[in-house]
Design a protein around this ligand. Structure first.
Ligand SMILES: NC(=O)c1ccc[n+]([C@@H]2O[C@H](COP(=O)([O-])OP(=O)(O)OC[C@H]3O[C@@H](n4cnc5c(N)ncnc54)[C@H](OP(=O)(O)O)[C@@H]3O)[C@@H](O)[C@H]2O)c1
Length: 233
């Protein structure tokens, strides 16, 4: 199977890339900066910017499945370190990105949808966030936490909501994956994922677990088709 990963330089996307290659899949990394991706067997790197529809059409040619891990770039690199300090730096960068999200989701996802249609790709998985939920499936304290986060990150929610809406109306075989807060840590053997799953939005999940869930959504969970999947602890 040829899996295209858009945003393969990011915290989540880089782990989806590594895990897909380790599972023996052919992978196309679609990135703005090809030099940031190390060569590997089974890996093709293509340059693409989600604001440029024609670059997406070219980049997704030959793909069977597309996984989008794009977002307002936090510009955090693993080279910034690991552990508590790294997670603190990452949290600061993620907050800054979410206060000024731009339109990368609301403009980018429709261009990815168009490129999937052009190339006959049916399955498109989009990484989103649990703050897109109204919180009704969560415990009462978590519901209020989500509602507070929705107010604080209003611009980012508006941008992602437009992207989710475009995907749900696309007619593709889509999956939207709403993740809790993520962190740089070893993957755990267990995490919670499923339609309307009762996760804890503020209990950080390792990027590696979110990446595992995105891959499952792309290749091995037919029952998740056209569903919103919550993933977290
Ligand atoms: N981190 C969290 O705690 C968390 C929690 C829940 C949901 N989410 C959401 O999940 C998604 C991924 O999160 P993340 O933390 O893995 O993100 P990230 O590390 O900031 O990575 C974002 C990725 O998007 C790429 N990108 C940005 N603008 C682009 C463009 N115009 N064209 C092509 N690629 C572009 C970036 O490329 P460059 O390397 O070139 O900048 C990078 O690869 C985001 O939508 C985020 O909001 C994150």
């Amino acid at each position: 199977m040829n899996i295209a990963i858009i945003g393969a330089t990011g915290g989540t996307g880089s782990r989806v890339l590594a895990q897909a290659l380790a599972s023996g899949h052919r992978v196309t990394a679609v990135v703005r900066r090809p030099e940031a991706v190390s060569p590997a067997q089974g890996l093709t790197v293509r340059q693409g910017n989600v604001f440029d529809k024609s670059s997406m059409v070219k980049a997704l040619a030959g793909s069977d499945v597309v996984i989008s891990c794009i977002g307002p770039s936090s510009n955090f690199t693993v080279g910034d370190g690991a552990g508590g300090l790294a997670n603190l730096k990452a949290a600061q960068k993620v907050m800054a990105a979410n206060f000024s999200p731009g339109t990368v989701m609301s403009e980018g996802i429709p261009n990815i949808i168009a490129a999937c249609k052009h190339n006959g790709v049916q399955r498109l998985v989009m990484q989103s966030g649990i703050n897109l939920s109204d919180g009704s499936e969560l415990s009462v304290p978590d519901r209020w936490a989500v509602r507070l986060m929705r107010r604080i990150f209003r611009k980012a929610i508006t941008d992602k909501a437009a992207a989710e809406d475009a995907l749900m109306r696309s007619g593709l075989d889509w999956v939207i994956l709403r993740a809790s807060v993520l962190q740089y840590a070893e993957g755990t053997s267990k995490y919670t994922a499923g339609p309307l799953a009762r996760i804890h939005p503020l209990q950080a999940l390792p990027f590696a677990n979110c990446a595992d869930c995105l891959l499952r959504a792309g290749i091995s969970e037919p029952a998740w088709s056209r569903k919103i999947i919550n993933v977290g602890r």
